[in-house]
Write a protein that binds this ligand. Structure first.
Ligand SMILES: *[C@@H]1O[C@H](CO)[C@@H](O)[C@H](O)[C@H]1NC(C)=O
Length: 188
């Protein structure tokens, strides 16, 4: 391999590292941003569009994080639970909130069903297993979500009767994976 191609490879590597870094930091990010121009992705979840409007890893938020999520007809979140506070505002569409509000000590249990609709708002009580489902066959469901204490640590259930002890911890969460760096061990 010639010197030129080595230099080219080095530059290509530098640029790719650089764009990765800028995607995960506030450096050069304007204060006022157009949501329509923010990066969106489904992070491997069919029917989902997720935009981190303000995030802990992306923007250095310490107390809260704000997401804009769109669920295609029939798509849904996993059944999940977290110890942070979470507030939803439904901007468009309709669907169903499933909430195991009286979580059994051993498993979430049969959830209550709540219809959700444009302009509805609700919060998820801390540690209550829940699931959001776009049950409207004709329209996207779009929600603005605020969570506390990011980055979020989520426990995922296969069904409502899966024991809490079998729930799978997903951390970092889908959209945090790219930017999450394992904290360095403290030197003793
Ligand atoms: C949602 O509520 C706000 C505040 O009352 C109102 O201005 C807006 O028109 C409502 N939107 C819809 C789609 O109902």
């Amino acid at each position: 391999m010639g010197v030129n191609s080595l230099i080219f490879l080095a530059l290509a590597l530098l640029f790719s590292l650089n764009s990765e870094a800028s995607h995960c930091s506030t450096q050069g990010v304007p204060l006022v941003r157009n949501i329509g121009e923010l990066p969106q992705d489904n992070f491997g979840r069919p029917g989902l569009s997720h935009i981190t409007v303000a995030g802990s890893l992306l923007h250095g938020m310490k107390e809260v994080e704000v997401w804009l999520q769109t669920f295609a007809p029939g798509s849904h979140t996993p059944i999940h639970m977290h110890s942070c506070e979470e507030i939803f505002v439904v901007l468009k569409g309709s669907g169903t909130l499933y909430l195991a509000s009286n979580s059994h000590t051993k498993y979430p249990g049969e959830p209550q069903k709540f219809p959700i609709f444009t302009n509805s708002t609700f919060h998820i009580p801390v540690n209550d297993a829940h699931q959001i489902w776009n049950t409207n066959e004709n329209e996207n469901l779009q929600v603005l979500v605020v969570i506390s204490r990011p980055p979020v640590k989520v426990f995922i259930y296969n069904d409502w009767f899966m024991p809490h002890t079998a729930a799978k911890l997903k951390f970092p969460y889908y959209w945090d994976e790219q930017c999450f760096e394992t904290p360095q061990k403290d030197e003793l």
